[in-house]
Design a protein around this ligand. Structure first.
Ligand code: SF4
Ligand code: SF4
Length: 328
């Protein structure tokens, strides 16, 4: 949600944006036009990464306003087929795989098929998993420049999860965690269970066997998903995980606040630009001598893994990295 009263037109958001080269004057001008209801060029050139929400010093959430304007004007030029493909996700079968009593319940949203191999690990032993249409958070619509379905579907989504009747639900998909924390709060929806981020879950599991863990002494470049811009506070668990594992997070340029979008949202509308952004990311990780890139989002993983391997780095999903620390 954009907070008009918090915006003082300082322009810092658009000066910060890594995908355009705006000076302060242009940034201020376009922000004034945007807030006044217009459609300045940034609306169409935005890659929907949400980073400017995090960069705004007053927490006014400029991306949320850009995203609304993208929906009103269709400025992103997303092809109809991309909307149709995304809408099909709402038709995925709802599946509940019952685990062991007393073990956590984990929502896979619509990423189950992308991460099935990762789930076949002692890290997830006994967990009950839910996935498919009923448990689809729809947050990905923001990347199509169409945020309204996210709000529209949020109540249904929270209700379906609530009906599971548990105190905590682990979110495998970062988008789900963003919806159940920051976005639900903005939409005025009460969430009657505690959403647990995958980082926190993995940290808990590994902490119980701390004494037996093997060190994983590699240098990694972390690729944060765009949804993490809404929930930066949970990243403390990522640093705790890296500490526990003995992993070194390289201090690369495109990390933390400066993190880059993986390029997936650009693929439907501008493959050349997507390739440029991916190149910045991979080259940066390589320059800082990372042995591997570590991923939280299955889409980022699928989108960057080949480039990563071609550049001589491993591509590891966060749970794969954690798996390496388990005793043989
Ligand atoms: S949204 Fe934030 S960073 Fe952007 S102009 Fe307004 S106050 Fe400044
Ligand atoms: S959402 Fe990302 S790409 Fe769009 S203006 Fe903000 S920082 Fe730039």
């Amino acid at each position: 949600m954009f907070y008009t009263e918090k915006c003082d037109f300082c322009g810092e958001c658009l000066v910060f944006c890594p995908y355009v080269e705006y000076d302060k004057e242009r940034a201020e001008k376009e922000m004034r036009e945007l807030v006044a209801g217009g459609c300045p060029p940034i609306v169409g050139s935005c890659v929907t990464c949400a980073a400017c929400n995090q960069a705004c010093p007053t927490k006014a959430n400029p991306f949320d306003l850009l995203n609304e304007r993208q929906e009103e004007t269709g400025s992103l030029g997303i092809p109809a087929a991309a909307f149709e493909n995304f809408a099909k996700l709402s038709g995925l079968p709802t599946v509940i795989k019952q685990g062991e009593p007393g073990k956590p319940v984990m929502n896979l949203c619509i990423v189950g098929d992308m991460v099935r191999e990762q789930l076949n690990s002692p890290l997830f032993k006994g967990v009950t998993t839910v996935e498919g249409a009923d448990y689809f958070c729809t947050v990905g619509y923001v990347h199509l420049g169409k945020p309204s379905p996210v709000k529209k579907e949020a109540e249904r989504y929270v209700e379906k999860l609530s009906l599971l009747g548990v105190d905590e639900i682990v979110c495998f998909h970062d988008d789900c965690y963003a919806l159940l924390t920051t976005l639900a709060d903005e939409f005025g929806i009460k969430v009657p269970f505690r959403p647990v981020h995958l980082f926190e879950y993995l940290y808990r599991v590994l902490s119980t066997q701390k004494e037996n863990l093997r060190k994983v002494p590699i240098k990694v470049a972390y690729q944060a998903p765009c949804a993490s811009r809404y929930t930066a506070e949970k990243d403390v668990y990522l640093d705790k995980l890296f500490d526990l594992l003995g992993v070194e997070r390289v201090p690369r340029h495109y990390d933390r606040l400066n993190g880059l979008c993986c390029g997936a949202p650009l693929m439907a509308r501008d493959k050349d630009r997507a390739a440029v952004v991916k190149g910045w990311n991979i080259n940066d990780a390589k320059e800082y001598k990372a042995d591997a890139m570590v991923f939280l989002c299955p889409m980022c993983f699928l989108n960057l893994r080949k480039l990563c391997r071609d550049a001589g780095m491993e591509a590891l999903f966060i749970s794969e990295l954690c798996q390496r620390a388990l005793p043989a």
